[in-house]
Design a protein around this ligand. Structure first.
Ligand code: SF4
Length: 68
């Protein structure tokens, strides 16, 4: 299983590799792919479980319980 680190910008947005766009970090805090995060560091970031090769984006998003 691969893990991806993403930095959170000043607007509390982060790039989501599943949805292919920026999302509000609030969505990440409820996401079952989230592995680790640090919102208090100088460069806030999160680490999430990357989609596996061959995993379909629509299936991933549906499993995460969120809309694309
Ligand atoms: S934690 Fe979930 S919503 Fe946030 S970037 Fe990762 S996969 Fe996307």
């Amino acid at each position: 299983m691969s893990r991806l680190k993403h930095f959170i910008d000043e607007s509390a947005n982060v790039y989501c590799p599943v949805r292919g766009r920026d999302v509000d970090v609030e969505l990440c805090l409820a996401c079952n792919r989230l592995e680790e995060f640090d919102l208090d560091s100088r460069e806030p970031y999160l680490v999430c479980r990357a989609p596996e090769l061959g995993e379909r984006r629509s299936a991933i998003v549906a499993a995460d319980g969120a809309s694309v």
